[in-house]
Design a protein around this ligand. Structure first.
Ligand code: GLU
Length: 450
């Protein structure tokens, strides 16, 4: 069974890039009847906030991405301690004593010599006595994971294809601070194993983390259980950029809150994010089963996915135009039934605009002033009006055409203006029966009398 996870840090609201990753993990799991887990990466007690944990849950709920389980790293510390001890016993973790300034200086010297800024493993060279001396000075160590330099790191990436890393080109990552707190790398690997995650799908900014974590998985499995827990499969999707093709600050703050404020449908957001950056066409598909059916990592491009607000608005409008009454009903004004919804929805970009058009039916409306030529015409319309037939609008306009010789705009526009106060709007054929005979006649007469 496929098990995926979405692992946000609750240090802020989800932005559109996170949402896209969450969606793809949800899709990957749902497509195969697997599980989609939410993991709250809240090991950073200072920056993690409960309000963001709640906001993450609420945002996922609004998007309809329901997790099949939730874990919080802050409640799993004992597991990380166990993983750490096992790795330490296996000689894969070592203490280091450099200060941030010392490390910075080392990096500057390396860069100055044109060398890559890789940690030189000086701490590994320390003798027992030297370490004891550091600690006697009151310097607590931070801890690094020792990469195995003899083993090339390779994996078949679900999006990027075959990947190869020389571990000697990477720094041994710091996994634990001197105060005992955890950095991201080890807890994530421990959790992925413990939670039985089969597929890690995340942004390409994590590619080098994956290289390190593959060695961690291998070491954890060997050190801890001896059991054949499989290492997950990995896929790294290209990042999300703005329409102009650049990483945009704006996207970093664009999320569910803004989508809701704009009156957008979750289905429009989902339809867009499911397919941008893939070879599949972006279409107004409100049916998730249909999106799931075509979901396939092999369609994902390695170049950045472009997010365009205008495209989202277009999709939203198209989704509203085909939306069933039952989906919209509880957001519509009182009294606005299915017929009215069908008449009005082609004019909407957002469901929230329905009320403006519904007011044309319920009134009061503001009519323009009609000139001497239009008034008798509208009086004739008031007399000819008859809503008893199947299609009273055509009956009315046909009768008036015959009677007055008017056609086109001269025939239709004064009627629309008198009946709705507007030059454009929903199809009059559908609107007229909703307005009703008495009200429609009253409006025509009022227009005729000025
Ligand atoms: N908390 C990490 C992040 O938000 C999770 C990365 C991962 O998916 O492993 O970047």
């Amino acid at each position: 069974m496929i098990i995926t996870r979405f692992a946000p840090s609750p240090t802020g609201r989800l932005h559109v890039g996170n949402i896209r990753t969450a969606l793809h993990n949800w899709m990957l799991a749902r497509k195969s009847g697997g599980k989609f887990l939410l993991r709250i990466d809240d090991t950073d007690a200072e920056r993690s906030k409960e309000e963001y944990v709640e906001a993450i849950r609420a945002d996922l709920a609004w998007l309809g991405l329901k997790p099949d389980g939730e874990e919080r790293q802050s409640q799993r510390m004992a597991l990380y301690e166990g993983g750490f001890d096992a790795l330490r016993a296996a000689g894969r973790v070592y203490p280091a004593y450099e200060t941030a300034q010392e490390l910075d200086l080392k990096r500057k010297i390396q860069l100055g010599r044109g060398l890559p800024p890789i940690y030189d493993r000086a701490a590994l060279e320390l003798s027992e006595e030297q370490r004891a001396a550091k600690e006697a000075e009151g310097i607590a160590p931070h801890w690094r994971f020792k990469l195995d330099h003899d083993e090339l790191i390779t994996w078949e990436d679900g999006v990027r294809g075959p990947q190869k890393f020389d571990p000697a080109s990477l720094s041994d990552p710091v996994i634990r601070r001197a105060d005992g707190s955890w950095l991201y790398m080890l807890p994530s690997a421990v959790d992925d194993l413990d939670m039985g995650v089969t597929d890690v799908l995340r942004g390409e900014d994590h590619v080098s983390n994956t290289a390190v974590q593959i060695q961690m998985f291998t070491a954890l499995i060997a050190a801890q259980t001896g059991a054949a827990k499989p290492i997950p499969s990995f896929a790294h999707e290209a990042l999300l950029v703005g329409r102009e093709g650049k990483l945009s600050k704006r996207l970093g703050s664009l999320g569910v809150e803004a989508f809701r404020e704009k009156g957008l449908e979750p289905e429009a957001v989902i339809a867009l994010l499911a397919r941008i950056g893939t070879s599949l066409p972006v279409q107004p598909i409100a049916d998730r089963a249909e999106l799931l059916e075509s979901f396939d990592l092999s369609t994902f491009s390695r170049s950045p996915a472009k997010f365009d607000d205008a495209e989202l608005e277009r999709l939203n409008a198209a989704i509203v135009h085909q939306m069933d009454y039952t989906v919209a009903a509880d957001r519509l004004p009182d009294g606005m039934g299915e017929e009215a919804w069908r008449a009005i929805r082609p004019n909407l970009s957002h469901v929230g605009e329905a009320g403006e058009w519904w007011r044309l039916v319920t009134g009061p409306i503001a009519q323009p002033d009609f000139d001497e030529e239009a008034r008798p015409y509208l009086a004739a319309a008031a007399s000819a009006l008859d809503l008893s037939g199947d299609d009273p609008w055509h009956a009315l306009t046909n009768a008036l055409k015959e009677q007055t010789g008017r056609k086109g705009k001269a025939l239709f526009l004064p009627l629309r203006q008198a009946l709705t106060g507007m030059d454009h709007g929903p199809d009059m054929k559908e609107l007229l029966p909703l307005i009703g005979e008495d009200e429609a006649r009253a409006r025509l007469e009022q227009a005729a009398n000025g």
